[in-house]
Ligand binder design. Structure first.
Ligand SMILES: Cc1cc2nc3c(=O)[nH]c(=O)nc-3n(C[C@H](O)[C@H](O)[C@H](O)COP(=O)(O)O)c2cc1C
Length: 320
């Protein structure tokens, strides 16, 4: 079974990926999407996938585009950097993106997907995988898109079973997975709402041909989730000391990168929206961090939270 960290803008960057890799359990790390603007890849996106900064980890870069030349440009670039796979984002639900027929906004247009892949097939210097929702306006959009994908060179299809219009509301509809697996000519991976080891195990037990789970927010809320899915147990002491290293190392590296305490505290607050879930009183943990006004105050408060606050009940009891 392969477990991967989902691509997440603002989260699954090189700093997060490499720090999470020290905890273990995650086999593959997807980088946030790359955009091409006026024929140029942003230097920030390239820095994020620089080989030196990503050594020792299996990383898959991702592209957001509706244009074959752009896709090929990014594929060439990532191949030059030594990557063997590029992931195509057909899932981004944000209206600003989708209304430009990008991400999930391209799913109602299978003929466009077909013509892009026809150009890309023979010339792509990397393997190509696709990460997709069921559709943008309707979950029925998935079937014509699958028909198209079946005709092309695709390494894997990662399915997040929501539609774009849903954003992250409602639940991911796992019931559709067996039919997708049956109709797909390519391996199918699953992504969506996996937050506990039990959920992962249930999904795998009911979908035996799915051997790759991609996890996003579940791993943000609990960096030990991949280890737990693989059957490891961590006691409270180990969990707290690893958590201290994890949040401390990310903070240290972000502090080097970001200018000024304001930016740093803002960034840490976005992380703590998720990290606070590791504690029983997640709401108070988040509010405590959000109120910090200096780096010193942040460091003191975080140390107190991580070392002494009660861990989220289900995790602490489950792991002794
Ligand atoms: C903050 C955030 C940023 C995201 N950025 C990306 C992205 O760059 N590319 C992408 O394909 N999906 C992106 N996603 C979607 C996730 O990869 C994933 O499909 C989604 O969170 C559902 O999986 P989960 O329930 O395991 O979190 C993002 C999601 C979040 C919450």
């Amino acid at each position: 079974m392969k477990l991967s960290l989902a691509p997440m803008q603002g989260f699954s960057d090189q700093i997060y990926r490499s720090t999470l890799s020290h905890i273990g359990g995650v086999d593959v790390f997807y980088a946030p999407y790359i955009r091409v603007e006026n024929g140029v890849i942003k230097p920030k996106s390239l820095a994020d996938i620089a080989p030196d900064a990503n050594s020792g980890m299996a990383v898959v870069p991702q592209v957001l585009t509706n244009n074959a030349d752009e896709l090929l440009l990014v594929a060439d670039m990532v191949a030059q950097l030594g990557y063997t796979e590029l992931n195509w984002n057909l899932g981004c639900p944000f209206p600003m993106v989708a209304k430009r027929r990008l991400g999930a906004g391209l799913l109602p247009y299978p003929e466009t997907i077909d013509s892009i892949l026809t150009e890309v097939d023979a010339r792509c210097k990397t393997g190509l995988s696709v990460k997709m929702r069921l559709g943008y306006l309707s979950p029925d959009e998935v079937w014509p898109v699958l028909d198209v994908l079946n005709r092309h060179n695709i390494k894997e299809i990662i399915v997040h079973p929501r539609i774009g219009k849903q954003m992250y509301n409602g639940v991911a509809d796992r019931s559709v997975l067996p039919e997708i697996v049956a109709k797909s000519a390519h391996p199918v991976a699953y992504n969506g709402d996996i937050c506990t080891a039990e959920q992962a195990q249930n999904l795998l037990a009911n979908n035996t041909s799915v051997t790759h789970l991609m996890i996003g927010r579940g791993l943000l809320c609990n960096p030990f989730l991949a280890l737990e899915i693989k059957g490891h147990t961590l006691n409270g002491y180990t969990r707290r000391s690893q958590m201290m290293n994890f949040v401390g190392s990310i903070a240290e590296r972000q502090l080097d990168r970001l200018q000024g305490a304001g930016h740093f505290l803002q960034k840490m607050t976005t992380y703590w929206e998720y990290w606070s879930q590791m504690f029983d009183d997640a709401h108070r943990a988040f509010k405590t961090v959000k109120k910090c006004r200096s780096i010193e105050e942040y460091t003191d408060k975080v140390q107190d939270i991580v070392l002494s606050w009660t861990l989220a009940v289900n995790r602490e009891t489950k792991n002794g």
